[in-house]
Design a protein around this ligand. Structure first.
Ligand SMILES: *Cc1c(COP(=O)(O)O)cnc(C)c1O
Length: 405
């Protein structure tokens, strides 16, 4: 270890994106792998869209110039997309923040006014991973705070916190449905005051367990004091169609993260965004690197939003494929498969007496890999991305063969 490197970093291992294998092709290079370990959309951008994007690149992007450092156009487009998901009509330029409710004065009493999201509520990152790091810097760095996570959950919160020397406080989820054990969470937060918890991270729906937040969990998040930032990671929003963005205005200590890496098919472009109180987005702007998003990535994200109807049109297929996969895998006596609100499934092996479920998980992951299907062994179970219909048939066949041996 080089003597100038921080000692706590020596114990960390780098995040390996494909612990199962490399990209695209296996060691026997004639086999094309089914990459079902990172929850991407199985489809590339359609050819004609790629060509249009390439044209935009050739005609509009000056590669010798720095990108738009303020992401103005992209933030406008994102705000409009977020509002669409809240059923708020697009803002007229110069309009005030408050959009009058459509059914004003109806018989059902005073309708809840809906408040539109504007570009001031948006911050854009080089993947949501960058936003996670910026949030940690903004709230916890230098001994100012620790973070709370309910495991199993997305590993990057803990990994990134640790690289910054920020302590990670955790509690388990319930074993039957992976809801957060709220009493355990409260205890963990109360007992760790040195430094106090400054961020609670949740994923909605959770990765790797695919469950959306419950009413109880949302109530608990609502009850957290204003000096704790609540990060609600909605990376899988387009699959769950379930968002808490409409409650942001009541909770200045909440922030929602989303990404273009999943439903929007742009994992290669590294674009994520946050929706939050303008003071918080302004702070994120101070922390991020000046030109954090290449012009091509910004253009691709704007392009994907403009083409969203086309790109998101495959989501019903993913959802029906998910149901088929769950039905098929539930047939196996040896597997426990959970419901999913995302584009992936979570399952565990029911271990017999004297067997180790984790050893079985590891074996299944390896055997699937040998047959050409990459899945993820994580959080004490297996996470499998919903792929194309062909890939999903292969997943079922290969798993069935492994389980019968
Ligand atoms: C995939 C994923 C992301 C996306 O991260 P990017 O850096 O935007 O690619 C964020 N959060 C969770 C929980 C994810 O699963």
């Amino acid at each position: 270890m080089l003597p100038f490197i921080r000692k706590d970093l020596a114990e960390l291992t780098a995040y390996t994106p494909h612990p199962g294998g490399a990209s695209g092709e296996s060691a026997h290079s004639e086999i094309v792998l089914d990459r079902l370990d990172t929850n991407e959309c199985p489809y590339d951008l359609p050819e004609e869209l790629k060509q249009k994007l390439a044209w935009t690149y050739q005609q509009l992007i000056e590669t010798n110039r720095y990108p738009d450092g303020g992401h103005a156009a992209l933030k406008e487009a994102i705000a409009q997309y977020v509002n669409e998901g809240l059923n708020i009509p697009p803002l007229v330029k110069g309009d005030l923040l408050n959009v009058p409710p459509l059914n004003k004065g109806g018989l059902g009493g005073v309708p809840e006014p809906k408040t539109a999201i504007t570009a001031d509520n948006i911050s854009v990152g080089n993947g949501s991973d960058e936003l996670i790091r910026s949030l940690l810097i903004a709230t916890c760095l230098g001994g100012a705070g620790s973070i709370f996570v309910a495991n199993p959950t997305f590993s990057m919160y803990g990994i990134t916190a640790t690289t910054l020397g920020i302590p990670v406080v955790s509690a388990r989820r319930r074993e039957d449905n992976f809801a957060i054990d709220i009493n355990a969470a409260k205890r963990a937060i109360d007992q760790n005051q040195n430094p106090p918890v400054r961020i609670v991270f949740v994923v909605h729906p959770n990765s790797p367990t695919a469950n959306a937040l419950t009413i109880n969990e949302i109530e608990w998040l609502s009850s957290l004091p204003e000096n704790i930032l609540v990060v609600i990671d909605e990376a899988y929003f387009e699959f769950s169609q379930n968002t808490l963005a409409d409650r942001l205005h009541q909770h200045p200590n909440w922030i929602i993260l989303r990404t273009f890496s999943k439903a929007f098919r742009l994992a290669s472009m590294r674009v994520g965004y946050a929706i939050a109180h303008p003071e918080l987005t302004a702070t994120l702007e101070k922390i991020r690197l000046p030109y954090n998003l290449p012009s091509f990535s910004q253009t691709a994200a704007e392009f994907a939003l403009a083409q969203r109807q086309l790109l998101l049109a495959v989501i019903p297929e993913t959802i029906s494929e998910r149901a088929k996969l769950i039905a098929a895998l539930t047939q196996h006596q040896k597997l426990q498969v959970w419901p999913s609100a995302a584009n992936f499934l979570y399952l565990r092996v029911k271990a017999a007496e004297g067997e180790s479920a984790e050893q079985k998980h590891q074996q299944i992951m390896q055997q699937l890999k040998a047959q050409g299907t990459l899945i993820r062994h994580t959080g004490g179970g297996l996470r499998i991305t919903v792929g194309t219909p062909d890939e999903n048939v292969r997943t079922c066949d290969r798993l069935a063969a492994i389980l019968t041996y």
